[in-house]
Design a binder for this molecule. Sequence first.
Ligand code: 4AD
Ligand code: MG
Length: 500
Amino acid sequence: MNPPLVEIADLGRHAGETVTLRGWLCGRRFGGGIAFLHLRDGTGVCQCVVEAAAAEAFAAAAALTLESALSVTGAARADDRAPGGYELTVRDLALIHAAPPYPIARKEHGVDFLMSHRHLWLRSRRPVAVLRVRDTLVRACRAFFEARGFTLVDTPILVPGAGEDASTLFPVEYFDRRLFLAQTGQLYLESACMALGKVYAFGPTFRAEKSKTRRHLTEFWMIEPEVAFAELDDVIELAEDLVCCVVERVLREREPELRVLGRDPERLRAVRKPFPRLTYSEAAERLRSPGLLKTLEDEFQRDRSRLAAWMAELEELERRLRGLSRPAARERIERQIAERREEIAELEQDLSNRPGHIASAQSFAWGSDLGGSDETILSRQFDRPVFVTHYPVRAKAFYMKQCAEDPRLVLNMDLLAPEGYGEIVGGSQREDNLDVLLRRMTEKGLRPEDYDWYLDLRRYGSVPHGGFGLGIERTLTWLCGLRHVRETIPFPRTRGRVYP
Ligand code: 4AD
Ligand code: MG
């Protein structure tokens, strides 16, 4: 009888038994006449020990190349030193597929190189960890809305007009006419919430973002709830509950992955209700305040000293490398050097932009939308997400409800993630008055006749309602403590990248 086929994650239930594992070789070393193979199968990594006495298996192990596929049979046993707590003493080794030299070797590559090999890079520890957290984030969102009686409604991707800023529409040739890729499911959700009460959509959305920033993708995923009879405060509370729920589940299920990513889970434990709330006008005042200027300038000086210290450290590492000859030791230092270089380059870049960002915060003019750097500055002042509400009418989309007390403002909210991550959620109460909505559309240069179906919602039983969109990738960037949003989606689409 053949030994049972087992997944690495399940090895613990088979200690002492002979089992077969299948997977890919992700590392190998030799020592004292023994080959140590690291096998990964998508559920975990197992150290497989091949002794020279198992001559055939040992010869096969010696010939293996990285990322070759193989199956191994042997006795599983507990070992505290092994990565997953278990080891396999190999009796037989069968090659499934021999890989030629693997392009992503152990040494550090630049992100551009890795992104061009994203189809292979996905096998590495960091991408795997990010995708696991992503999966948990999406599950948590779905479970949250399901538990609250929301109905999932799928909205179209090919749409006749803008749902947000018309300047970021992607046109699509559709037989003999022009359509666009959806920027949001919102307008359709507004229709659905009048039928089902509480609805949400989860789907891909598209924006022709011309700017290359670490926060923008051209294709990203959004989770969007829409609720009939909800006013701004209800929308805010819903977003607050959702974010708390998601953070809690990620902490519960994905702490090991966060650690692989170097993310300190304590940062996320601070995320509790209530989140601070600022109005846009208060935020604008904060940006211009002399107190903030002082803080930012001090920070700037501190970061410059940090840069100098890192440079000195880099020099020291390079000096040590020159004195080393053992390949393993050299490889370790080389990796440290590559990491330091990358951090230095990032900080240098950041420092070179900083004076401009500080100046633009200081001269922030009431009426414009908050820029990326303004959001960074604001959200660095908090240890949990912060709501900014009541933006000027002219800075925001046509569908946002105008504030009765102050018609210069809309009843909206943006949720900024802390530590400088910036906007992860955007939402509002919707304009439910037909005449006001018509006027707003005209002001924004939209043709009401293109939106006649949407205007019907204000003709037949119009009620207050509202909702928001939470960007999956922006949220994940924050949760995982990443620098750039492109690492949060399996195959990123940006202005500069559509391959693979
Ligand atoms: O603030 P936005 O544009 O809001 C809407 O689209 C509304 N219609 C949603 C609604 O009320 N139902 O986008 C919502 C969120 C942002 O807060 C951000 O997290 C994400 O979507 N987002 C992007 N993520 C990555 N790349 C981009 N280019 C993004 N643009 C928006
Ligand atoms: Mg927004």
